[in-house]
Write a protein that binds this ligand. Sequence first.
Ligand code: 5GP
Length: 178
Amino acid sequence: MDTIQIKDKLFTISIGREEIQKEVKRVADEINRDLEGQNPLFLSVLNGSFMFTADLMKYITIPCEVSFVKLASYQGVSSTGTIKEVIGINEDLTNRTVVIVEDIVDTGLTMQRLLETLGTRNPKEIRIATLLLKPDKLKVELDIKYIAMKIPNDFIVGYGLDYDGFGRNYPDIYTVVP
Ligand code: 5GP
């Protein structure tokens, strides 16, 4: 399928499954090499990163744990308007090497919030692994150790990412047709 329709928008394929798998495996190889002997805890950020996490973990060969967190958005009294609360951290992060597994870093504000929250739990180190990065949209300084692919600013769906809840199931990545 080269084009898909989701609700009112048309999307065209931009990154095929073979390329995605190749880059996911490259990231896994880097993690296997860098974190050997550290028993990392992978924290996957739901919902968007479920497919990336599943594929990434199949290529991880070092001893590790995997867990899942969610960000609940709610309107609150803050300068940015929306406050995001991290829910579902059940593990003790003290002295652990934590790898955040995220689908996409856009402005970076979500990641910054995650780092702030996880940082209060005394981890040894937090590393970021993201499937996608939009470098031109980044608003905050982030040290992202593992990036599978860099993409332009356009809105994308597929491989876990949604448009209004739909489109997460596609094994390829699609870009919106303007
Ligand atoms: P940030 O806080 O970095 O601006 O936004 C990160 C979140 O925005 C991602 O976790 C994702 O949910 C959403 N997002 C950003 N860009 C896209 C995109 O192109 N497509 C989809 N489906 N979600 C996006």
